[in-house]
Design a protein around this ligand. Structure first.
Ligand code: HEM
Ligand SMILES: *[C@@H]1O[C@H](CO)[C@@H](O)[C@H](O)[C@H]1NC(C)=O
Ligand SMILES: *[C@@H]1O[C@H](CO)[C@@H](O)[C@H](O)[C@H]1NC(C)=O
Length: 500
């Protein structure tokens, strides 16, 4: 599918006679393949790590690759990352978002509304600092409401019986985290705690999400079957007149709605598309991230026990929760004390994240990498960091393929010394991007994954079902965030008994 579509677009470009370029003095090695537009996109898409590694061996730590119509200069040495972050003005991240997000989510380019762009940036603060408290409290309530109704049989649902239940682990994580995150950000319908059509929304979301890498690669949506219709359904979900009927909406979304309302150039559909983009940003990575966090723990029961012990130590209550007791309360402070759990989450993110950090050169200039090295870049070129290579570097992380839940702990506290060629790294873990483009939702994301794990560890015993293959990373969204598993794995769970 990937390949066929890219070839199609490649052929289109031949017709349009898009040119190729020549390497100039002072520029990095140029690798462009012979196919117009596509360039090396196929090689990259098949196995990005192997592709980058091969070129690094051949050309060194900096080289330019032509991928899907873009010249991308990769900086492979993590010791050089800090110098890239310093070029805030010449290397711009929002230029990239503004090129990609509008075509992907279907709203008009934000750069045509500079004022609104600025306010949208400001809205990101509402995911952090003092505002995180309200979000975190609301998330805990929503997570428990959904979990108790669907899995503990509150409100007359199917009660989890004495024995084991089984299910797909990805599906389990997705149904809980998708809905709880949705309720926390967008709110609930006026006269109910839950939206009635969440399963349908999630279904359409998944269909769209499968096409996401192709949209980002610049494949026109009309080549992608029913994707456009699916996207329209998703956008319609967020039309202003519908959202007016929701309550307990987060300040973050309320403020964004207000910004859109003030802009009479935006149609209702455009507003819906913006809200939909935030849905993607907030669950597109969090759902697979919670899957991997839980998957590794269930697979390694010693790790799971250690995390559970830490949790009970912090909460100061017995090793299991009577399901008919009132809700579990976990304060933000308590969440912060869960350092082993945090290390376990960070370790699963290290293993599963493949986000690329992209900056767009705003002018022709010379990028000073360190005292000895500089390269020339051209206006419009992409500068790309690919942290997954660093996450998997055996010089930085011993046995990088192995999950070690306490890899980021030393003497009971967070470990922050990681080295490359004997030098301490400033950046060694980058699932959330870096510098000016770092994910504004990262604190909320880590908190909600913690809350999710807390709840499950308190209420449930969980095991993998026998005779299953290990979950594999699906590389088709390499460069775009947390990778999904190639297929779901089956697990079983049962209520833990109160040890009174
Ligand atoms: C484990 C979960 C998450 C991961 C791994 C993740 C990762 C990322 C990454 C890699 C970026 C782009 C940074 C770059 O290219 O340098 C990003 C941007 C963004 N993320 Fe997250 N994210 C997560 C959860 C969330 C959540 C829960 C929210 C919102 C509630 C969120 C909101 C955003 C937004 C709004 C942007 C765009 C920022 C901008 O345009 O400047 N993310 N995220
Ligand atoms: C809204 O939030 C408050 C406080 O978190 C809660 O008590 C109330 O039940 C929520 N309302 C709805 C409709 O969910
Ligand atoms: C885990 O990662 C987050 C976000 O990158 C960071 O703030 C936190 O300090 C890390 N904690 C540990 C124990 O590694």
């Amino acid at each position: 599918m990937w390949a066929v579509l890219l070839v199609l677009v490649g052929l289109l470009s031949v017709v349009l006679l898009l040119g190729r370029r020549r390497r100039r003095e002072g520029e990095p090695q140029l690798i462009q393949g012979w196919v117009p537009y596509i360039g090396k996109a196929l090689d990259f898409g098949l196995d990005s790590n192997a592709f980058l590694k091969k070129n690094q061996e051949k050309y060194g730590d900096v080289f330019t690759v032509y991928i899907a119509g873009k010249y991308m200069t990769f900086i492979m040495d993590p010791l050089l990352f800090p110098s890239i972050m310093k070029y805030g003005r010449q290397l711009d991240f929002h230029d990239f978002v503004n090129q990609v997000a509008p075509v992907t989510f279907g709203y008009p380019p934000v750069s045509s509304f500079p004022d609104m762009d600025h306010q949208i940036q400001r809205s990101f603060r509402l995911l952090q600092g003092d505002n995180l408290l309200a979000l975190t409290e609301s998330m805990m309530g929503n997570l428990q409401a959904v979990f108790r109704q669907d899995f503990l049989g509150d409100a007359g649902g199917e009660a989890a019986g004495e024995g084991w239940s089984t299910g797909g682990l990805y599906d389990f994580c997705s149904s809980l985290m998708f809905e709880a995150t949705f309720l926390t950000l967008y709110g609930s319908p006026d006269h109910a705690c839950r939206h009635s059509d969440m399963a349908a929304l999630r279904h359409h979301f998944t269909k769209f999400d499968n096409m996401f890498p192709l949209l980002v690669a610049g494949i026109p949506i009309w080549l992608l079957g029913r994707t456009k219709a699916t996207r329209e359904k998703l956008i319609r979900y967020f039309l202003p007149q519908r959202m007016l009927g929701w309550s307990n909406t987060s300040l973050f979304i309320t403020m964004r709605s207000r910004v859109f309302e003030q802009n009479d150039m935006l149609s209702d559909t455009d507003k819906g598309a913006h809200h939909f983009a935030i849905l993607w940003a907030s669950v597109g990575n969090t759902v697979p991230a919670s899957f991997w966090a839980l998957y590794y723990l269930i697979n390694q029961q010693e790790a799971l026990q250690a995390i559970r012990q830490e949790l009970h130590r912090v909460l100061q209550h017995p090793e299991s929760q009577d399901p008919w007791e009132p809700e579990v309360m976990i304060s933000k402070d308590q969440l912060e004390q869960l350092v082993y759990m945090e290390s376990a989450i960070n370790e699963s993110l290290r293993l599963s994240s493949a986000s690329m950090n992209i900056r767009v050169a705003q002018q022709d200039f010379t990028l000073q990498l360190d005292k000895q090295h500089a390269v020339a870049v051209r206006r419009g070129d992409f500068i790309a960091l690919y942290p997954q290579m660093m996450h998997m570097d055996p010089e930085i992380f011993t046995e990088p393929q192995v999950y070690k839940y306490d890899r980021f702990i030393e003497d009971g506290r967070e470990k922050t010394d990681f080295f490359k060629r004997g030098q301490k790294l400033k950046f060694y873990r980058m699932p959330f991007g870096s510098g000016s483009s770092i994910c504004p939702g990262r604190f909320f994301a880590i908190n909600e994954i913690k809350q999710f794990l807390c709840l499950l560890l308190i209420y449930l015993d969980m095991e993998m079902e026998e005779g299953q293959e290990e979950a594999q990373l699906d590389n088709s969204r390499a460069g775009l965030g947390i990778l999904l598993p190639t297929k779901d794995v089956r697990f079983r769970y049962r209520l833990r008994r109160p040890t009174s």
